[in-house]
Unconditional design. Sequence first.
Length: 399
Amino acid sequence: MAIIRLTDIVATMKDKWTYGDKFFGYTEEFNDNHNTQYPSLLITPPDSVYPEVTPRNGWEEYSFEVYFSDLYNRTQQQNESIEQRWDNLQDLANEWLDMFLKSYMGTQAHKTTISYLTDGSLTIERNKEVANDQVLQLKMNFGWKIFSKCFTPVSNYPNQISGLTSWLRADSNVTFSIPTKKVSAVGDGSENTNGVAQTDKELQPLRYTYGGGVLDKTMFTFDSDALVSDNNFVTTGQDDFSIFEVSKINAVSNAVFGYYNLADESYIEMGTNAAGNYEVSVSDGTTTLLRKTATVDTGKYHIASLRKTSKYIYLDYYDSTSSVVLSSGNPAFIGTTSFEQDKFRVGCTQTTDGLIPPAAINTRYLDGDFQEVIIYNRKLTDAETAQVVDYLNKKYKIY
């Protein structure tokens, strides 16, 4: 059974009204618009209930109030009776309702879709007393139910897979300034207190909540900013780990995730290379394991994962048009290299400044948007990786 949400319903309602302007909002907003192309459609935000919640019953019952308006100016009043004008408008309204209902009977996204008008719920009211005295209006009320939620658990959440050490989300457990939007800390959803923070206000990214755009999700925007982990990076047996990230990288040679240890110059990096390919790399300080995509991936929202065990790494990358699953190994790589000697960073990586004595400095700052990072202290199996990617894609709808 296809799961249909309110955003899909409103989009379909608007699509089926082809006669004039269409709006989703409140009557007051509609009456303030003097540039409307008539006849127009106004869908007001509906009430809805789940009358019966059982594991396989997710029928949501909506109560819709929809307004159809048309001009009835003085010239038209002299040449056409008001009842004829209402009849013409009602014909359009009935046709619209018919087309809308037919859109949800059959198949949606290759799944069966069934919807129903609630018995006895359809009413039509004719209204001439509107704010604009040269407009007449029909108000249609109807109850409608459709399957919108499966109450049987169908998602696998990151904390249901063993080995979770950090779970950082732009939409959860964030400390930020409301006036400036600057983010100073992100709490850890894994309950291991492995969050990230930034005390330097000049390096704090900005937090934006639901504001449209491609994802329409809460995000951090980075521009020469960085968040630093509260604790050192955590692995199993010093060398196994899995990292998942969701972001959009706007420029080449940018890192969304980085780990660097000055003592042995070992590192972990996820981001774009100089050519704009998405690239992951793990170095023991001498030998580097590296995999990259074959496409230019700047400006793309994506899901990516880096998994490592012993002398091998695995890259899984997904965006709206492509996906790759790659692996790489090198017998010269020191498989027991410890990656628990330093903290990790979101929004940049580090390197040596080349001075004597050397110091670690931030580099490859992220220019882009960040949504989520999930870290495990072991290499997840292919099946577990698919479960985490599925969770992220259901949330962010990347592909």
